[in-house]
Design a protein around this ligand. Sequence first.
Ligand SMILES: NC(=O)c1ccc[n+]([C@@H]2O[C@H](COP(=O)([O-])OP(=O)(O)OC[C@H]3O[C@@H](n4cnc5c(N)ncnc54)[C@H](O)[C@@H]3O)[C@@H](O)[C@H]2O)c1
Length: 251
Amino acid sequence: MRLENKAAIITGASSGMGAAIAQLFAKEGASVVAIARRKERLQNLIDRINADGGKAVAVAGDVTIEADVRNAVKTAVQQFGRLDIVVNNAGLLDRFVPVAELDDDLWNAVLDVNLTGPMRMFRAAIPEMEKTGGGSFVTIASVGGLHGCRAGPAYTASKHGVIGLAKNVAYMYTGKGIRSNIIAPGGVKTEIGAGQQANEAGAAICMTGMCVNPRMGEADEIASVALFLASDEASFVNGAIVVADAGWTAY
Ligand SMILES: NC(=O)c1ccc[n+]([C@@H]2O[C@H](COP(=O)([O-])OP(=O)(O)OC[C@H]3O[C@@H](n4cnc5c(N)ncnc54)[C@H](O)[C@@H]3O)[C@@H](O)[C@H]2O)c1
């Protein structure tokens, strides 16, 4: 029970890594506030967690909407009396659209979810963490935040940006007992690309390096890294980027 007596918010929790993180955190004793746009799907997850003896509540919400983010923080404090952990997980791909073909709508949509969303969450959560003497953020970035062409330009820029944001928080608030770490996953089997019409030429260029990717990961393999970073076992780890990619970027 590595997260006993802790309250955690997980964004984008209705599928993929977010759902895996919510389930694992609840199993480890955390009281979970799961925020996602698809309320029905989210509720199924919450029901499963509660049936297994965990504690979780669903907040229907969008990380691009300030009031929804604030509502998630308020829910954690009202329901569980505190906020100790936030996992910035919600994310959006950019369909590999090369910059010369990129329109402002796609650029803004990707930046709004992947970069401004975590900023809203840091801004709303930090004052609550300060009240209890600290907390821990885990931001799910990507190897696309460390390398130039694992995705299109909007996704790549958003993930580079969110790494800088999370590292800034790490140092700026270390004196307040707040830690902020980053996970950079490689390719993981989730729904992130489902139903998207990829730009064929852009995707072909971005996929060049897939031949040296040892394998795709499972959402659970990211959840276990998030658990370590969120827990007190990582008390001396702050501002770190943990790459979880089966060695893909080690090539
Ligand atoms: N799957 C991969 O290969 C991979 C690799 C590296 C990083 N990532 C990152 O991991 C994170 C989780 O993605 P995943 O792979 O589990 O995919 P996923 O699509 O299963 O999960 C992403 C979740 O974010 C939610 N979301 C999107 N926009 C939102 C918004 N505005 N407000 C609230 N929720 C929103 C989606 O509904 C979804 O539930 C993302 O940040 C993604 O960029 C994924």
